[in-house]
Design a protein around this ligand. Structure first.
Ligand code: SAM
Ligand code: DTB
Ligand code: SF4
Length: 367
């Protein structure tokens, strides 16, 4: 029976990854059923609230100002625009909106205040709100929590060694620090990476060693297949075989049993049969909508037809954790002075991990 483990070694993970393919999928499917309802898939919608012009040098990213990808740059969206897009996403079955900004880090000031307003607005629509805004201080993480943020996405992207080959403008330690700052709040952690950037399989395993050493494990782990964009240093990178994606999803599922594994970027290159294998192997979430941040994604109708064919159903919002209760601006000011409110109702740190541990205990007793 699967245990939640924080000390996976690279060798153990490689052994899982390299199993005969169908054995691996079978094992992952079994673990998936221990911790998750295999028919439910969570649907997130991405919204690029500030696009392009980023000062970082992430070699995969079309939004880095120093490369020359043909994308439409945009300043920060208005709260009204965000609300309209969130309502559209909700009506097409999405339970979460993930707002991405092409920032190195969050700066305090009117733009961050506007993002906090966006968080409050989406939360009031009874949708889960996620942000990916770059590096965060502890105080900024707390302010996002107070506004009702449900999840924060900040990816490790690859192994510590390969990370250095793809990004030089900020370090691996910086990423861990931001994840640590998010963990100090009641916001859930979403952190994963990209495969197909020229890394070795050892690097994929190395990334999973790092993610699984975080305690508690991230509540969600996006697995992206590189979308190679013209104008970026990775423009000539060949698409990975679907088998690699399925293996990575399955291995992630086994190593992080209670985590939601998100089948993220790169789905336009995958057949529906390939995606079906990913769901079998434990993918429990997708990004829906015809655009990711700047690159294309499958059409929503296509996704809904696939759900129908496979008997999958969109997960309801807050199925895995209570809705955060945002504070009023006055309460936020008072809280900022005191910083005592972290155990307020709706606090859900580790709820799924605790539930998984309980399930484990019960199983052990009956063995
Ligand atoms: N600027 C913020 C940051 O880097 O933390 C947030 C936005 S950034 C675009 C979010 C994530 O998208 C990256 O960490 C990376 O994993 C993923 N990503 C970006 N470009 C990608 C690409 N071309 N293919 C696959 N994933 C990509
Ligand atoms: C994540 O891991 N993947 C999403 C989300 N987190 C923010 C982003 C994928 C971006 C793909 C490239 C683009 O569309 O710009
Ligand atoms: Fe900037 Fe994020 Fe793109 Fe890196 S991944 S260049 S930080 S937008």
């Amino acid at each position: 029976m699967s245990e939640i483990k924080y000390n996976w070694t690279r060798e153990e993970i490689l052994e899982i990854y390299h199993q005969p393919f169908l054995e691996l999928v079978y094992q992952a499917a079994k673990v998936h059923r221990e911790f998750h309802n295999p028919r439910e898939v969570q649907i997130s919608t991405l919204l690029s609230i500030k696009t392009g012009g980023c000062p970082e040098d992430c070699a995969y990213c079309p939004q880095a100002a120093r490369y020359h990808a043909d994308i439409e740059k945009n300043d920060l969206m208005s709260v009204e625009q965000v609300k309209a897009q969130a309502l559209r996403a909700k009506s097409s079955g999405s339970s979460r909106v993930c707002m991405g900004a092409a920032w190195r880090n969050v700066e305090d000031g009117p733009e961050f205040d506007q993002v906090l307003d966006m968080v409050r607005t989406i939360n009031s629509l009874d949708m889960e709100v996620c942000c990916t805004l770059g590096m965060l201080t502890e105080n900024q993480a707390q302010r996002l929590a107070e506004a009702g943020l449900y999840a924060y996405n900040h990816n490790l992207d690859s192994s510590e060694e390969y990370y250095k080959e793809i990004i030089s403008t900020r370090g691996w330690e910086d990423r861990l620090e931001t994840l640590g700052n998010v963990r100090k709040t009641n916001v859930t952690v979403c952190s994963g990476g990209i495969i197909g950037m020229g890394e070795k399989i050892e690097d994929r395993a190395g990334m999973l060693v790092a993610l699984s050493s975080l305690s508690p494990h991230p509540e969600s782990v996006p697995i992206n297949a590189l979308v190679s964009v013209e104008g970026t240093p990775m423009e000539e990178q060949e698409a990975i075989p679907i088998w690699d994606m399925v293996r990575m999803v399955a291995t992630t599922r086994i190593v992080l049993p209670s985590t939601t594994v998100r089948l993220s970027a790169g789905r336009t290159e995958m057949s529906q049969e390939g995606q079906a294998f990913c769901f079998m192997a434990g993918a429990g979430s997708i990004f829906a909508g015809d655009k990711l941040l700047t690159t294309p994604n499958p059409d929503v109708n296509e996704d809904m037809n696939l759900f129908k064919t496979l008997g999958l159903i969109p997960m309801k919002p807050f199925a895995k954790g209570a809705k955060p209760t945002p504070l009023t601006p006055e309460e936020m000011t008072a809280a900022a002075k005191e910083r005592k409110h972290w155990s307020r109702p709706g606090h859900r740190i580790d709820k799924n991990v605790e539930a998984a541990k309980e399930a484990n205990k019960k199983r052990k007793k009956t063995r």
